[in-house]
Design a protein around this ligand. Structure first.
Ligand code: OXD
Ligand code: MN
Length: 596
């Protein structure tokens, strides 16, 4: 039975059902009883495996098809009325063409199947930041993941009332045919269509498709921002908590930073890091002329391999109950799971992520490198008491970062907001060949939004600049690089919990309690202002991390930066008249500073 009388919702569902022709339509009401029945059904059909309920209560295991293990950027389209609106960094398809093409794929795709109607809220229900979506899907796996990643059920429809302001999401697994896999965003229509995939990033439509691609467009039109950022709070010994958001390209350790445990010396003094979110932040101007942030999600869709008791004990603890594991090793002997980097004792006699018998000695990985856990955020031992605060948390700083072997110093601060936007726009990551020390290929990933910006990235930069004009109390903007390599290809900075030392400097800069050196690229710390007390890191051989090594990672080498200027020029050239003048001026200024 329909859970709403909202005409726009009902008419749209009728239309989608007429196209996909499901046998049944089931509304997801948000109840535990319904979820439990769906879990039982998924177990009965083999879609999920129930794990050992003593060791992993409420946990389940799922395998995707082997050809369907990651987001598919090449098949992701922004279907805006013109190519110019989508901009040079997005794949574009004409909306009429996209609807016609995909309708053929969706036609009859749910025959013999059930269509689930998932009303979901991004952001806590009732928060002024919150936005409603409805996902229609023929996958129980999607329903159960969406229950973890978002707030679902009848309460969402009650919040929506008669409003037509909701995202229309349609997903069908079809035949998991790679050639017919499409992830289509129609920002102007508040619509997402996804077909022929069952992999999270392509089918949990609340996440990348809505909370970034559609929401970035909504933010542009409505005066707020949707960003690919973690949010964390740093509680100081005096009890005050300051908040930072940070954008990093995928695979730079965002979840680890979001849940960081400070070094012992800081814990003893009473510092603590609280996680508000690990992947997405929605930002709005607050009453103090600053920016406040919410995490629109309710769970973590984290990469499993490499997550362990040392690298991220908080993430690991988050996965010990109520979690769905996808594409990791399944240990049928005791109903548990394993992945590379969990511990040094891979289980014997297990099946790998493909479901084949797996020998840990074989050299073949048992878990897919992009295998995932979907864990409720509430499970996280360091989840912030404010993580569901409807008003969000006020940001002291915004941090950008990437993986750069030589170029970017450990940390630097932008001169002002516009320069900060420039710093975000030139973000990049390299593939590092750590063993040889070779500098890899640079992929520019502005604000870590390259695959996620729902409109022309030039206009998106302009939106950042325009937001800055409205901020009387803007967060300070920084850039960090945990990944500098020495000439032998060894990491010069320990990373993980020791990154707290850099966050401390960032907060001191926000308070104005520490100086810095002005360089061609912005403000760089004086080495003595980054606290190395208690740090015990050996870079290689007997070379320890000390203040001289720190000076090395803080160096700004003009020749590397001039190479970077050339690559930024190439990026900017793509935007033509959509490149904001302020950014072109910042680039000129950087080049002039470097050649002075
Ligand atoms: C993610 C990503 O899965 O950024 O969060 O790729
Ligand atoms: Mn991400």
């Amino acid at each position: 039975m329909a859970l709403t009388t909202n005409k726009a919702v009902l008419n749209w569902i009728d239309e989608m059902a007429a196209m996909t022709t499901p046998d049944n339509i089931v509304w997801i009401d948000g109840s535990e009883e319904q979820a439990e029945a769906l879990r039982a059904q998924a177990v009965a059909t083999g879609e999920m495996i129930k794990l050992n309920q003593e060791k992993l209560p409420g946990c389940y295991y799922h395998r995707t098809a082997v050809n369907d293990v990651a987001r598919v950027e090449g098949r992701t389209f922004i279907c805006a009325p013109t190519k110019e609106l989508a901009g040079p960094t997005n794949n574009w398809m004409d909306p009429a063409e996209a609807y016609a093409m995909a309708s053929e794929i969706f036609k009859g795709s749910m025959k013999g199947r059930t269509m689930y109607v998932i009303p979901f809220s991004m952001g806590a229900i009732g928060s002024p930041f919150a936005k409603v979506g409805i996902e229609l899907t023929d996958s129980i796996y999607v329903v159960l993941n969406m229950r973890i990643m978002t707030r679902t059920g009848k309460a969402v429809l009650d919040m929506l009332g008669d409003s037509e302001d909701f995202v229309h999401g349609l997903h069908a697994k079809c035949d998991i045919d790679e050639e017919k896999r499409y992830i289509l965003q129609f920002p102007q229509d508040n619509t997402i269509w996804s077909c022929n995939s069952g992999y999270g990033g392509n089918v949990l439509l609340g996440k990348k498709c809505f909370a970034l691609r559609i929401a970035s467009y909504q933010g542009w039109k409505e005066g707020w921002m949707a960003e690919h950022m973690l949010i964390l709070g740093i509680e100081q010994p005096n009890g005050e908590t300051k908040y930072i958001s940070a954008a990093f390209p995928s695979a730079c350790g965002k979840t680890n930073l979001a849940m960081l445990i400070p070094p012992k010396e800081y814990l003893e003094k009473g510092y603590k890091v609280w996680c508000v979110g690990d992947d997405i932040a929605w930002l709005r101007i607050n009453e103090n002329g600053g920016l406040s942030a919410v995490n629109p999600e309710a769970g973590f869709f984290g990469v499993a391999p490499g997550t362990n008791e040392k690298s991220n004990p908080n993430a690991l603890a988050s996965t010990r109950k109520g979690t769905i594991f996808t594409n990791v090793v399944y240990n049928q002997n005791d109903g548990t799971v394993w992945w590379e980097g969990l511990d040094k004792n891979p289980p014997k006699g297990c099946d790998d992520w493909k479901g084949n018998p797996w020998d840990p000695e074989s050299g073949v990985k048992g878990a897919h490198p992009n295998s995932r856990f979907t864990a409720p955020a509430a499970n996280c031992p360091c989840i912030s008491p404010k993580w569901e605060d409807p008003a969000g948390v006020p940001l002291s700083a915004i941090v950008f970062g990437g993986r750069r072997a030589k170029c970017a110093p450990l940390v630097y601060q932008s001169r002002d907001w516009n320069h900060g936007v420039f710093v975000g726009s030139i973000m990049a990551s390299e593939t590092t060949a750590a063993a040889s020390g070779a500098v890899g290929v640079v992929r520019r990933d502005p604000m870590a939004m390259l695959p996620f910006c729902g409109y022309n990235m030039g206009d998106y930069w302009q939106h950042w600049l325009d937001m800055g004009k409205k901020l009387t109390n803007p967060p300070k903007v920084f850039n960090v690089n945990w990944f500098r390599l020495n000439e032998n290809g060894k990491f010069m900075w320990p990373g993980f919990g020791d990154n707290f030392r850099v966050l401390e400097w960032i907060l001191k800069r926000c308070e104005g309690s520490v100086g810095a050196d002005e360089t061609a690229i912005g403000y760089v710390p004086k080495a003595e202002d980054i606290n190395l007390e208690g740090l015990d890191y050996t870079i290689e051989g007997d070379k320890k991390m000390d203040i001289d090594a720190l000076r090395e990672i803080l160096k700004v080498e003009p020749s590397y930066w001039l190479e970077d200027v050339a690559s930024i020029k190439e990026l900017y050239a793509k935007f033509g008249t959509h490149l904001p003048k302020e950014l072109a001026d910042e680039l000129d200024r950087l080049e002039a500073n470097l050649t002075k």
